[in-house]
Design a protein around this ligand. Structure first.
Ligand code: PBG
Length: 331
C-alpha cells in the first residue's frame, strides 16, 4: 500500500538552519585557498589589471603586505607569477635562471617577512621570460622541444628553491620534468621542498586574462596544443597524473577548474592523493563581469563555485578570489 505521506521527507533535514548546518557534507575554509599574485618591478606599485577586475600586479614591497594579509586571513600559501620587463625577455628565457630576478626577489622578501606563517608556491615554466610567450624553448619551426626545455626548467626550479620557494609547481606540461626536478632538488639537499605538479593542464581558452597579467599574451605566436592537453580527454589526464606521481610529485593539480571537476573527481577516486584545482583567470573574470552585468550576487556566485571544488574532492583551490573569500569565511 502506498502511504498517504512520502516514505522519506528529504526536506525534513533542510527545514531549519541548524539542521542544514548539521547535515552539511562539505566545508570551505580559508586553509583551502591558495592565492595567486602577480609581481612587478618598482616600489609601492599597484597596477590594476583590466581584464581581471579586482586583481593587480604588485611591486615586491607590496607583495609582502599581501603575504602578511593572507597569513592573517588564514590562507596557507601564495602562488607567485612575475611580469617580467620586456627587455629581460629572450628566446631562451634566460632571465628565469637569474638568481636576482623578480620572482627570486619576491620569494626572499616574503620568506624574510613571514617565515613559516605562509608557504610560497612558484610556477615553473618559461612563458613569463620568453620573447615568444611559449612555456619552453622552440626550434626554428616554433615547436616547443621537450628535453632541452626540461633542462631549462630544472635550472629554473633550482633557482627558485635557492631563493626559498616552498612548493615548486611546474605548469609547462613537458614530459619527464617532475622526475628531473625531483632528482635535482634531492641532489642539492632540498629534501623538504614539495612539488605540486600541474599534472592535467588543458589547452584552454580560459587563460586569456592571465597572459595579460604576466605580459605574455601579446607575444604568443600560435597556441600551446602540442604540450597542454586536449579538453576532450579524461583518460589521458589519469595517465599524466600516474606519471607525475611515479616521478615524485607530492600533490597534483587539475587546471582549469570548474569545467574540469569530472577530472578532479576521477583523479581523487583513482589515486587518493592530494588534488588541487586552479580556478583560472578566465573563470574568475566571468564571475566578476557576470555579477556586474546582473547575473547574480557576486559573493554568492564566488562562494558556490569555490565550494564545488571541495565537493568534487579537492584539497584546495588556487583562486584569485582567495582573499575576498577568506574574509567572508572569517566573518
Ligand atoms: C603558464 C601558465 C598559465 C597559467 C598559469 N601558468 C597560462 C598558460 O598556460 O598559457 C594560467 C593561469 C590563469 O589563467 O589564471 N605556464
Amino acid at each position: 500500500m502506498i502511504p498517504s505521506y512520502p516514505a522519506l521527507r528529504m526536506r525534513r533535514t533542510r527545514s531549519s538552519s541548524w539542521s542544514r548546518a548539521m547535515h552539511r557534507e562539505t566545508t570551505l575554509l580559508p586553509s583551502d585557498l591558495i592565492w595567486p599574485l602577480f609581481v612587478t618591478d618598482g616600489n609601492e606599485v599597484e597596477q590594476p589589471i583590466e581584464s581581471l577586475p579586482g586583481v593587480s600586479r604588485w611591486s615586491v614591497d607590496r607583495i609582502v603586505e599581501r603575504a602578511r594579509e593572507a597569513a592573517s586571513l588564514g590562507i596557507p600559501c601564495l602562488a607567485l607569477f612575475p611580469n617580467t620587463q620586456g627587455d629581460k625577455r629572450s628566446d631562451d628565457g634566460a632571465e628565469a635562471h637569474n638568481p636576482d630576478n623578480l620572482m627570486c626577489r619576491a620569494i626572499r622578501a616574503i620568506k624574510d617577512a613571514c617565515g613559516e606563517d605562509i608557504g610560497v608556491l612558484t610556477d615553473v615554466a618559461l612563458d613569463p621570460y620568453t620573447s615568444h610567450g611559449q612555456d619552453g624553448l622552440i626550434d626554428d619551426r616554433g615547436y616547443v622541444v621537450n628535453d632541452a626545455t626540461v633542462e631549462a626548467l630544472v635550472a629554473q626550479a633550482l633557482n627558485q628553491a635557492a631563493a626559498g620557494a616552498d612548493v615548486i609547481a611546474p605548469s609547462d606540461m613537458m614530459d619527464g620534468r617532475i622526475g628531473a626536478i625531483r632528482t635535482a632538488l634531492e641532489a642539492e639537499g632540498h629534501v623538504n621542498i614539495q612539488i605540486m605538479s600541474y599534472a592535467a593542464k588543458y589547452a584552454s581558452a580560459f587563460y586569456g586574462p592571465f597572459r595579460d597579467a604576466v605580459g605574455s599574451g601579446g607575444l604568443l605566436k600560435g597556441d600551446k596544443k602540442s604540450y597542454q592537453m586536449d579538453p576532450a580527454n579524461a583518460e589521458e589526464a589519469l595517465r599524466e597524473v600516474a606519471l607525475d606521481l611515479a616521478e615524485g610529485a607530492d600533490s597534483v593539480m587539475v587546471k582549469p577548474g570548474l569545467a574540469y571537476l569530472d577530472i578532479v573527481y576521477r583523479v581523487k577516486q583513482r589515486f587518493e592523493v592530494p588534488v588541487f584545482a586552479y580556478q583560472v583567470s578566465g573563470e574568475y573574470a566571468l564571475i566578476e563581469f557576470g555579477a556586474k552585468a546582473g547575473v547574480g550576487d557576486r559573493d554568492a556566485l564566488m562562494m558556490e563555485k569555490l565550494l564545488a571544488f571541495k565537493r568534487a574532492g579537492c584539497s584546495g583551490v588556487l583562486s584569485y578570489h582567495a582573499a575576498d573569500a577568506a574574509r567572508l569565511l572569517n566573518g
